[in-house]
Write a new protein. Structure first.
Length: 91
């Protein structure tokens, strides 16, 4: 009669199990991306409007309005320009 001895898992077996677990998340990555974007306090905002003053042929931007998942954000322009996309915190 043999006494039961549980098998020890080898290191590569643990790595393989971890990779299979991560691989199962591949099917639901769009849901994880949306959940992260909604729950995150920071996120991407797209430029929707800006105020400027003319300086010759150049538009010196003063204030920028952005729209994102958490709503609208108003920021002052940095060095007279508004980037099209910013990643910022919603105040």
């Amino acid at each position: 009669m043999h006494v039961y001895k549980p098998k020890r898992r080898r290191t590569l077996q643990w790595v393989a199990m971890g990779l299979r677990g991560i691989g199962s998340l591949y099917n639901i990555w769009p849901l994880l991306l949306i959940a992260t974007a909604v729950l995150s306090p920071v996120g991407p905002y797209l430029l929707t409007d800006y105020t400027y003053e003319r300086r010759g042929s150049y538009r010196h931007m003063i204030e920028c309005d952005y729209l994102g998942l958490q709503g609208r954000v108003q920021r002052s322009a940095h060095e007279g320009a508004c980037p099209y996309v910013v990643i910022t915190r919603h105040d």
